[in-house]
Design a protein around this ligand. Structure first.
Ligand code: GAR
Length: 191
């Protein structure tokens, strides 16, 4: 019997450590293929980082993202779009066309510390300032509001009073590396 290969597109704006981790997880022997890594910033380290993997890349501007990116998604028969450190808001046109097919990872236990401007270290600073005792990651569906779509998965880690920004960042990133690819795989098996 022929195995169906699920196709995913990864969107990223920054360093791309999650993108690389996902690419490595879905190696040639898996039934998931990363067909494209796309983003809004041509200078983002993600594009340097993934050169050895020979995966197609694309850099777009706002207009292209809003109007033409749909064609790229369709041409690739994409099963899932994964935001891995992608900072632009997703246009409504994409959300309507691909319901439940766009997921995001956020570096906090949503609904706390989400929303516009809450990304990367901004989130961790807010966590430290609020003196909460735990933080973590949330993987969720993308809807029209920043970080408000249905949550698929969360994992938590402790926050100690002496924890610095770097410590919190490391703990959260370690959860991301541990769980994100597996959650993608499990989600793909259900859609
Ligand atoms: C990750 O921690 C991800 O959770 C966060 O950006 C980082 C990207 O790191 N995403 C957000 O804050 C979205 N609001 P990476 O580029 O090394 O994967």
């Amino acid at each position: 019997m022929k195995t169906t290969i699920k196709k995913i597109i990864l969107l990223a704006s920054g360093s791309g450590s999650n993108v690389e981790n996902i690419i490595k997880y879905f190696d040639k022997s898996s039934n998931v293929e990363v067909v494209l890594v796309a983003g809004n910033n041509k200078n983002a380290y993600v594009f340097e980082r993934i050169k050895p993997y020979n995966i197609e890349t694309l850099v777009f501007d706002k207009l292209y993202f809003k109007e033409k990116f749909i064609n790229i998604i369709d041409q690739n028969n994409t099963d899932l779009i994964v935001l891995a450190g992608f900072l632009w808001k997703i246009p409504e046109s994409l959300i309507e066309r691909y319901p439940n097919k766009i997921i995001n990872i956020h570096p906090s236990l949503l609904p706390r510390f989400g929303g516009k401007g809450m990304y990367g270290n901004n989130v961790h600073k807010a966590v430290i300032n609020s003196k909460v005792k735990k933080t973590g990651i949330s993987i969720h569906l993308v809807n029209n509001e920043y970080d408000e779509g249905n949550i698929i998965f969360q994992a938590e880690t402790s926050v100690h009073p002496e924890d610095t920004l770097a410590v919190i960042e490391r703990k959260v990133q370690s959860l991301e590396k541990e769980h994100f690819p597996r959650v993608i795989k499990e989600y793909l098996s259900k859609i």
